[in-house]
Design a protein around this ligand. Structure first.
Ligand code: GUN
Ligand code: FE
Length: 450
């Protein structure tokens, strides 16, 4: 009995950063564990015979195509009920008055179950196949989120959040003590690694200090040691806004990046949300450590007090992916964040204040293209997490979204004018909605269908 499966259709992806590759009517072969074993392109000498010999083929209809599933590098799962709420407040007020009271509710696992099941389904329906999640300080509800990812077929990387400084956090929402925070983090790592044994698409524990201001020195050092001991992923917020950047500088006399490095938290498989204020020297520390930036452009428009120079950091060699930052970012869609990443970069390049001469108004050479942003949402995410995802090629997981550009509810007609592959992808990235996302597959399993 054959265990292979085949898929046939047009493919858009960026196997090299920012460089679009279009494969017309490619034949994609996957094995029984959902890994791509071969991609045969029209024009390859064995294309005709490969197509004739393939059985079990799922062939896309005219006007449909495969995109890699999106990788969301920064989601606060418990904040899903808060999406779109109180965004007029500065970050610290928003956190204290809205977010922390909400996150405290996840002591109740029934509430957690309702929210987390909805969120995971909503993200899958928007083409997001892998997510790096902050949960809350609660061990039980954090583990529940990992279980829900496994059940729904999403590749989840989940962290129990640590906020162990009793001076910095409200009594109603903080770890009982530094020791308790570290013990629970270790128990969480072990529990998720146990769960991973039966998770087809993988599930991963993540060491998750909320951010430097909410943790003690002992807490940060202990988390760095755990990250090393178990060789697991790390996530936190780094130099997000002016307040955080200045706070860390005052407390340690160093940048956020330097502090995270000193505590052993800037490492391979570490993803630092935002990182808007990092200097070129900090960028070098990211590169040396193998750490990555999660760029969250919608959230940054509200809370960052700045626009991150993505182009400069990318040119420097920093690994960067994209995040929604639900709910600092109101949208659960990486499509929306792709657009915002492009728009923010354009505003950085041109500048915004017309009282300043045009020649001095912006930051030259800052813009990124929509293909660059698509690349961040796919390959960039895979590179950041050090997982074989985000590209449709041999050895990678078959994580895809099937986009239908001719669906009744939101057709994307080109009127026979803009028919090049580049134009077709641009139209999808700018105009596709959930209606166009026909199917979503994670590691060879269908996890969403419209
Ligand atoms: N910094 C610390 N916690 C948070 C959070 O929940 N959201 C954002 N955007 N920044 C943070
Ligand atoms: Fe965040």
């Amino acid at each position: 009995m054959t265990t292979e499966k085949y898929f046939k259709g047009d493919v858009f992806h960026t196997p090299t950063d920012g460089k679009l590759e279009f494969l017309e009517d490619a034949l994609i072969q996957i094995d029984s564990s959902g890994i791509i074993t071969k991609v045969t392109k029209k024009g390859d000498i064995d294309y005709q015979s490969a197509c004739e010999h393939a059985d079990n083929v799922i062939t896309l209809s005219k006007g449909a195509c495969f995109l890699p599933g999106f990788v969301d590098l920064h989601v606060h799962a418990p904040q899903w009920p808060q999406a779109g709420i109180a965004l007029d407040e500065p970050l610290n007020v928003w956190l204290d008055e809205c977010t922390f009271p909400l996150e405290a509710k996840y002591a109740d696992t029934a509430f957690a179950q309702t929210v987390y099941e909805d969120l995971v389904a909503q993200l899958l329906a928007r083409g997001t196949t892998t997510v790096l999640y902050f949960a809350t300080i609660h061990l039980e509800a954090s583990f529940l989120l990992a279980k829900i990812c496994v059940e729904k077929g999403q590749r989840g990387l989940v962290g129990k959040v640590v906020m162990d400084d009793s001076q910095a956090n409200p009594d109603f929402y903080r770890d009982a003590s530094t020791d308790a925070a570290l013990q629970e983090t270790e128990a969480f790592i072990q529990a998720v690694q146990g769960l991973a044994e039966s998770a087809h698409q993988g599930v991963y524990p993540v060491v998750t200090p909320r951010f430097v201001p909410s943790c003690t020195d002992e807490g940060l050092a202990g988390l760095g040691a755990l990250a090393q001991k178990y060789d697991v992923h790390v996530q936190t917020h780094c130099s997000e806004g002016q307040w955080e950047h200045d706070f860390v500088q005052e407390r340690f006399g160093k940048t956020d990046t330097e502090v995270l490095k000193d505590f052993g938290l800037l490492k391979e498989k570490a993803v630092m949300a935002h990182s808007n204020f990092i200097s070129p020297k900090d960028g070098d520390l990211f590169i040396e450590a193998g750490a990555a930036v999660a760029h969250c452009p919608i959230s940054n428009a509200y809370f960052a007090n700045s626009v991150i120079p993505i182009k400069r950091l990318k040119d420097q060699g920093v690994t960067i992916g994209l995040g929604t930052d639900i709910s600092g970012g109101f949208s659960p869609s990486l499509y929306d964040n792709i657009k915002q990443a492009v728009m923010s970069s354009r505003m950085l390049e041109d500048g915004v204040d017309v009282r300043i001469e045009q020649s001095d108004r912006g930051v030259p050479d800052s813009r990124i293209s929509v293909v660059d942003a698509f690349s961040l949402a796919t390959k960039g995410g895979g590179d950041a997490l050090r997982l074989p995802i985000g590209v449709i090629k041999e050895g990678y997981a078959f994580d895809v979204q099937v986009i239908d550009s001719q669906c009744k509810d939101n057709p994307l007609p080109d009127f026979g004018v803009f028919t090049t592959p580049e134009a077709r992808l641009q139209k999808i990235l700018y105009l596709a909605t959930m209606q166009n996302i026909r199917q979503v597959w994670v590691q060879g399993k269908k996890v969403h269908e419209k």
